[in-house]
Ligand binder design. Structure first.
Ligand code: AMP
Length: 187
């Protein structure tokens, strides 16, 4: 099963992805996690993307695509994957379509987790306290939400037109959102 998880920062994509990993035994591929790990390890790529990420802007498409292609070649991704944080704009949509086409691995589902903006801001404020992510400060979160509205929201529209998008209410408990996701996947 190949799934793309879409939703604003703080919509709960990462949390839900972890539950789906357990259920379906497929890997969670998060471009944000891959980039953060490169930053922590201070690799050349990590140092290159640090300032962009700390502002909440998007890292260049080429860098993210190269990183993603490497990850997708790993053995565990052959069974499928849950993609989180990619595609982030329409040009990344085209890149993903090409990669999946070349690998003969069509997408099964795009799930959009919808949460209202006030709730998103509250959730991220909580996460900033717990995890100390350097891009979870109020100013950066505001920018990330703006980037989402301008660049990532059209990605959902694209999958909608393609007929693979399901919209899910992302408010309520983690488990209630998860049950909504399972209901869509089992349909
Ligand atoms: P996330 O963990 O998905 O919220 O991503 C954290 C940050 O990593 C984003 O604010 C971007 O700076 C960067 N990032 C993650 N995924 C992408 C992507 N697909 N394209 C460009 N930048 C990305």
């Amino acid at each position: 099963m190949r799934i793309v998880l879409l939703g604003a920062p703080g919509s709960g994509k990462g949390t839900q992805a972890k539950l789906l990993v357990k259920e379906f035994g497929i890997p969670h591929i998060s471009t944000g996690d891959l980039l953060r790990s490169a930053m922590e390890k201070k690799t050349k790529l990590g140092l290159q993307v640090k300032s962009v990420m700390e502002k909440g802007d998007l890292v260049s498409d080429d860098i993210v695509l190269a990183m993603l292609q490497e990850r997708m070649k790993e053995e565990d991704a052959k069974k499928g994957f849950i993609l989180d944080g990619f595609p982030r704009n329409l040009s990344q949509v085209n890149m993903l379509e090409k990669v999946l086409h070349d690998l003969s691995m069509p997408l099964n589902h795009a799930l959009l987790i919808e949460v209202n903006p006030d709730e998103v801001v509250q959730r991220i404020a909580k996460r900033a306290q717990l995890e100390g992510r350097s891009d979870d400060t109020e100013e950066v979160v505001r920018n990330r939400l703006e980037v989402y509205d301008q660049q990532t929201a059209p990605v959902a529209d694209y999958f909608d037109k393609k007929g693979v998008l399901s919209r899910l209410v992302g408010s309520g408990s983690i488990d209630s959102v998860y049950q909504r996701i399972l209901a869509v996947l089992r349909f």
